[in-house]
Ligand binder design. Sequence first.
Ligand SMILES: C[S@@+](CC[C@H](N)C(=O)[O-])C[C@H]1O[C@@H](n2cnc3c(N)ncnc32)[C@H](O)[C@@H]1O
Length: 227
Amino acid sequence: MAVMTVFYLVLAIISGRWQRFVPVTFMVTFVGLYLDATLRGKFVVWAQLLDTLGLRGDERILDLGCGRGAVLLMAAERLTTGRAVGVDLWQRTDQPGNCEAATRRNAVAEGVPDRVELHTGDMTALPFADNSFDVVLSSFAIHNIRGSAGRQKAITEAVRVLRPGGRLMITDVRATAQYEAQLASMGMNDVIRRRLGWQFWRAGASAATPIVTATKPDQKGRRPDRD
Ligand SMILES: C[S@@+](CC[C@H](N)C(=O)[O-])C[C@H]1O[C@@H](n2cnc3c(N)ncnc32)[C@H](O)[C@@H]1O
């Protein structure tokens, strides 16, 4: 896109016609918004989302499809004795340069390697025990699973590994209505799906980017903050 923008800009300058600058202006705006979203915006938005969790620092947090660690490492920065656990198949078609070694290097660069655990695994069959995480996160990853049956399995697995009272937070570019309906049908509490609003560009996705949040009921099916 950046190369095309430069190409059209050069054409516009050579032609000397102002009309040729109209598409160039749109392209420059789009490239600027995209760069802002991927280099800064995603981090700004997720920092705000993580802050809403009010973490103590001792939690076990799981990031489904952590990729090179954009969200995983921000979660790790909010921990002291807790652990941020990332699981991924490291598919390069989904994220360029995707591999466990790159994520580990990023963890070192961010100064949190001691608080990060990385696992190669499929989020439709998680290699973790039931009720073993306080928080399960996922950022733009579940939609990469082909077919709704696979995405359904990923949601079932996310709920399985979440401890009673644990919280789930998912942003994705599509299928979030499906996640919302499934979580409600599984008896999760406080299932909320809302759009990131004007911040959608900053989250690095399309205008439709929603976030889905939910809480796993405690052992007796109650909301954890109530009697
Ligand atoms: C678009 S990237 C997002 C990475 C990261 N969460 C972020 O926000 O930067 C999607 C990630 O999901 C991973 N992924 C796709 N299908 C998966 C599956 N079935 N199990 C585990 N990871 C998967 C890909 O390997 C990739 O790292």
